[in-house]
Structures are given as C-alpha cells and as structure tokens.
Design a protein around this ligand. Structure first.
Ligand code: HEM
Length: 391
C-alpha cells in the first residue's frame, strides 16, 4: 500500500478505510524504508495510548550536541516519572488562564494578517494566514520580542515548508535553540511575565526546570503548536468552503464555530498520526501480537472515522456533539496546547468569515496540493478569492 505518494496525501481516506476494515493494526514501511506498526481502529488506539508498556523514548544520539540536550529533555519524548515531573512543572506555567489572557493579542494578530491578506487579489491562505498566525501567537506566548521574530519565519519555512533537506532542518532547530539560550539569559537578568519567564520562575515542591529543560520546552511548544494549528485553520477553511450549507450556517451563527472546529479536528485531523511509541514488551491488538522493540504509530485520521465508534463517520456533522475524537491524542501525552489551538482556530475563522463572507477557493479542489508524509495532514497552499467577482 502506497501511503506516501501524492494521491494518498490528497485523499488518504480510501486507503485508510481499507486498512481499518482489514484489522486494527498493520505492519507498514516508511518512505525511508523503516518498518513500523500502524493502528487504525479507535478502541485499539485508546489501548495503545494508555498502555504504560509503550515507551516514548527515542534515540537522540545521532543529533548534534547542542540539539541533543534540548530534545532529550522534551516531555513528548519521556516516560513517567520524568514525563510526570516535566508536565506538572510546565502545566503550572502554561495554564488555561494564560491562554485566555492571550485572546486580545490573538485577535489583533489575526486582524493585522487579514488586513494584509485583503491587499492581495488571490492570496494563498496557508502562506499568508494559517502559517504566520500560530507562529506569531507562540512567539507572543513565549515572550519573543516583536523585533526578533523575523528569523522565526525563515526557520519555520525550513521546518514546515520543507525548503531544504534534513541538514537544513537540523541547522534551523540548532539556530532556534541558540536563540532561546540567549533569550533565557536575558529573561533571567530581567524577569518577565510571559511563558518563558513563568517557566524560569516555576517552583513545585522545591523542584524547578533546568535551562536545558526550559529551552527544550520552548522548542517543543514551537514545533508542536505551529504546523498542527496551521493545518487546522487551512483544513477548516477548505472544508467550510466546499460545503455551501455549512458556510451559510456559520455565517448566520458564528456561535456554531467551536462545534465546527471539533468536527474538522475529527474529519481532517491536522496531526495525521500520533508520534512514535516503541513496545517494551509484546502487545496484542485484536488477532495481532506486536513483538517488543517495535515502533508503533496511531493513524488519527483513520481512528477518527472508525465506524465502530462514530455514527455515519464520513458525514461532516458539527451537531454530533461527540467529544470522542482523538485528534489531540489521549492519556498522559494529551496535547498540552489543545485549549490554545481551539481558541486560535475559533478566532481565525470568526474573523475570516466575518470579514470575507464570500470567500471561496480560487482553484478546483482536485488542483489543491497537500503536504506529503505520514505525520501531518494539511494543505501546502490554499489559493482563495475573498469576494465574488462582479462584472
Ligand atoms: C501533544 C496534536 C496544537 C503542544 C500532542 C499530541 C497530539 C497533538 C496528537 C499527542 C502526541 C502523542 O501522544 O504522540 C495537536 C494538534 C494541534 C496541536 C492537532 C492543533 C490543532 C498544539 C499547540 C501547542 C501544543 C498550539 C502549544 C503551544 C503540545 C505539547 C504536547 C502535545 C507540549 C506534548 C504533551 C506531552 O508529551 O505530555 N499534540 N497539537 N500542541 N502538543 Fe499538541
């Protein structure tokens, strides 16, 4: 099964439905020729996500030393008790209240990007809106001064845009780590009330984060919260524009947008898969036993359309009011940024459709280019027309 070609990227669902129908877990080979197991059913996904015998630890020794320290301390790549400790400290600083307090800034950033968008005749909504918005928001959250954000856009083009190879990616991440180290020294000298300042200050039962851990956390937030949220915004605009009845409903009642965002998360999950886990003992899923020492991925796209869990799963129905999708994962590694991602997407869509109710795709759906690769599900570009032409 070709899970990596352009056809799969544009519409992965037929291939995933076939796999899901055939069984809950499958042995697949990555584009780089590395074998792993992919889970395609909802029940088994929850089983894997809550099984402590699957480890998140991944080898980092092939990375350059300056990156190794920052990555080795990231909680997404740790198991309990390290993960428990890091998550507790970080949660004390990255609170729901901090996310709510960011709302007015997210609205301002959104409006500025929309002002710029309106000056272009057929703008690419991904490049000009969906990608820069979450990047600016994370910079704002972390407390990166406005004048120092420009390089982040260039680094993000390399990390997300794929402009360059793996060596450029490592170089971009190393540059970000070096920048964070420098910024941290400045924040230590002059305490601030942004998230980096809070991460430096947080103390829990006498315990605190080391500099490497704060840098690792900042990098994780940047990488985990950027492309995912960009994909969510792009996938939402795409789905809404392709369904005139949904657009009418949203325009009449923007209060429906939170439910629409949940349904987009389910039907077009921006993180196409979980991150890798490795079995530390044999585990049995359905009729299959995966040996110890094997890599496992959960196809969130597949499990979120599992007919065993969702009634009529191929229908876009924001009214289903069912919080059961696994787009943000499940269990101890459940997405820390889910509240922020939801707020961002809701603001982005409310402002975009409020200002440009006639917005439509500027190309035929089959001409759209999707990002390839297994881990993400999102558009490479989304050319739109902001108003209907009148001749
Ligand atoms: C973890 C998805 C936005 C920070 C995760 C996981 C998923 C996910 C599926 C779990 C991975 C696994 O178990 O293998 C998403 C999606 C997003 C989004 C779909 C947007 C629509 C964000 C944002 C932030 C963020 C905005 C922060 C600014 C994190 C962190 C973790 C995580 C720190 C690791 C949690 C841990 O290991 O305990 N995310 N994410 N994410 N996400 Fe998100």
């Amino acid at each position: 099964m070709a899970l990596f070609d352009d056809e799969y990227a544009a519409n992965p669902h037929p291939a995933l439905a076939e796999l899901r129908q055939a069984g809950p877990v499958h042995r697949v080979t990555s584009a780089a020729g590395i074998p792993f197991w992919m889970v395609t059913r909802w029940d088994e996904a929850r089983q894997v996500l809550t099984d402590p015998s699957l480890s998140k630890r991944q080898p980092v020794d092939q990375l350059p030393a300056e990156l190794r320290a920052a990555l080795a301390t990231q909680m997404l790549l740790r198991d309990p008790p390290d993960h428990t400790r890091l998550r507790r400290l970080v949660s004390a600083a990255f609170t729901p209240r901090r996310t709510q307090a960011l709302r007015p800034r997210i609205e301002q950033i959104t409006d500025r990007l929309l002002d710029e968008l309106a000056t272009v005749s057929e703008p690419d909504l991904i490049d000009r809106f969906a990608v820069p918005l979450p990047l600016e928001v994370i910079c704002e959250l972390l407390g990166i001064p406005g004048g120092e954000r420009r390089p982040f856009h260039a680094w993000s083009n390399v990390i997300i845009g794929g402009s360059g190879g793996p060596a450029d990616m490592v170089a971009a991440m190393s540059a970000i780590v070096a920048y964070f180290r420098d910024l941290l020294a400045r924040k230590r000298a002059q305490p601030s009330d942004d998230l980096l300042g809070a991460l430096l200050a947080v103390v829990d039962d006498g315990d605190r984060l080391s500099d490497d851990e704060v840098v690792g956390m900042a990098l994780l937030l940047l990488v985990a919260g950027h492309e995912t949220t960009a994909n969510l915004i792009g996938n939402a605009v795409h789905l809404i524009c392709r369904q005139p009845d949904q657009r009418e409903r949203v325009l009449k009642d923007p209060g429906l947008l939170p439910a629409v965002v949940e349904e987009v998360l389910r039907m077009a999950s921006p993180s196409a898969t979980s991150t890798y886990r490795v079995t530390t003992r044999p585990i049995t899923l359905g009729a299959t036993t995966i040996p110890a020492g094997e890599q496992v991925l959960i196809s969130l796209l597949a499990v979120n359309r599992d007919p065993r869990r969702f009634t009529d799963p191929e229908t876009f129905d924001p009214a289903r009011g069912d919080g059961g999708h696994l787009a943000f994962g499940h269990g101890i590694h459940f997405c820390l940024g889910a509240p922020l991602a939801r707020v961002e997407a809701q603001i982005a869509l409310t402002r975009l459709f409020g200002r440009h109710p006639e917005i439509q795709l500027a190309v035929r759906p089959e001409e759209l280019r999707w990002r390839t690769g297994l881990l993400m599900h999102g558009l490479e570009a989304l050319p739109v027309r902001l108003r209907t032409e009148t001749s």
